[in-house]
Design a protein around this ligand. Structure first.
Ligand code: FPP
Ligand code: MG
Length: 356
């Protein structure tokens, strides 16, 4: 039986997710027309909303046991505002990321930068960050403000780390990968979960366990993203496939293949060589945009994919992601048994089977 779609999986929080979407739309208007249009467009291209969904499910799971916010009746409004903050920050990073990556397509549609230009994409990201700060002030918990300020720094560090290692296979170690992945991806999931715990007045061990769920899920999420770059078509992904490789990024399947015992030493060296050649060809500083260079890139990509197949890199990446998902599931033991907790567990399985 196929695994349920994300929409049916999140049916339990469908009304709250709709409220989060509405919250995001109500952030408008921006003062100038161009910013209005650009932010409006960015908000209209909806993604999976996994971060808000996770926050809302956790809030729901904690609702029965929490004392602090329920007493003053502010729980659901603040939980929805918090879930919207997670999405605003996520969206802001994508608006900036698409400028850094010169990306024309995301979620199957033209990126904001393609549609409105780099300047408005950056400004729209900044505008969303400003609104996120305002919302955090309204939620009114200093610790939550601190958690999300830290995340903004982690996100920048993660992206800068990635930039530093781009087109340099020798810099791409597991230590680098883990630090980069925490910064770029896991830190926002971790912060979102931690803040829900803080909002609900949970004890510190519960808050830390929730944070751990977010962090472990986030790492597994990035591992699957890495995988999809090789296994899915551009149509399914809604953005170009193999883009990590062409941007000079050796992601998890590559790291696993380079140490795979299913390949001989000669094959591993051949793989390393092919990646290094590809990085050289794709590196914009070498200006290789001509036709023969593009054809050579495609050939190298094919050779790399063949090696990944032989190295069982897909299965190995899934296995690695699974170890993080098991950690995440264990962290959920702090939550009371209820339907929202069941869905938080199902989200872990969903991550393993998702195609986008
Ligand atoms: C997508 O990565 C990008 C991120 C997950 C984070 C990007 C972070 C920044 C640009 C720095 C900080 C920005 C702010 C607003 C604080 P990807 O390019 O690997 O994935 P993609 O294929 O979806 O573009
Ligand atoms: Mg990108």
């Amino acid at each position: 039986m196929p695994y349920p779609s994300i929409t049916s999986l999140l049916a339990l929080v469908a009304p709250e997710l709709a409220a989060t979407r509405q919250y995001l739309l109500n952030l408008m208007p921006a003062q100038t027309q161009p910013l209005m249009e650009s932010v409006g467009y960015s908000l209209s291209v909806s993604g999976k909303m996994i971060r808000p969904a996770m926050a809302l499910l956790t809030a729901k799971a904690l609702q029965e046991t929490s004392v602090s916010e329920t007493q003053n009746g502010g729980l659901s409004e603040k939980a929805i505002a918090l879930s919207a903050v997670a999405e605003m920050i996520h969206l802001a990073t994508l608006l900036h990321d698409d400028v850094l990556d010169d990306a024309d397509l995301r979620r199957g549609q033209a990126t904001t930068r393609f549609q409105f230009g780099n300047k408005l994409s950056i400004l729209s990201g900044d505008w969303l960050l400003a609104r996120a700060s305002q919302t955090l002030a309204e939620i009114g918990y200093l610790r939550i403000v601190r958690i999300f300020s830290d995340v903004l720094a982690y996100l920048c560090d993660g992206e800068a780390l990635q930039n530093e290692a781009a087109y340099r296979l020798e810099s791409t170690t597991w230590d680098y990968y883990n630090r980069k992945t925490f910064g770029k991806t896991a830190s926002l999931f971790a912060a979102t979960m931690e803040s829900v715990g803080v909002l609900h007045g949970c004890d510190e061990p519960v808050i830390q366990a929730l944070r751990q769920y977010g962090e472990s899920f986030g790492i597994a999420f990035q591992l699957i993203d890495d995988l999809l770059d090789y296994t899915q078509t551009s149509e399914t992904l809604g953005k170009p496939a193999l883009s990590d490789l062409k941007q000079g990024l050796a992601n998890a399947p590559i790291l696993l293949a380079l140490e795979s015992e299913s390949l001989s030493q000669v094959e591993r060296d051949g793989l390393k060589n092919a990646i290094e050649q590809l990085f050289q060809l794709c590196n914009p500083v070498n200006g290789c945009e001509n036709k023969p260079a593009l054809a050579e890139q495609e050939q190298l990509c094919l050779a790399i994919q063949t090696c990944l197949l032989k190295a069982n890199a897909v299965e190995e990446t899934l296995r690695l992601a699974d170890t993080y998902l098991q950690q995440a599931e264990k962290s959920l033991e702090v939550l009371p048994e209820n339907p929202a907790k069941v869905v938080l567990k199902q989200l872990l399985a969903f991550n393993q089977t998702r195609k986008t």
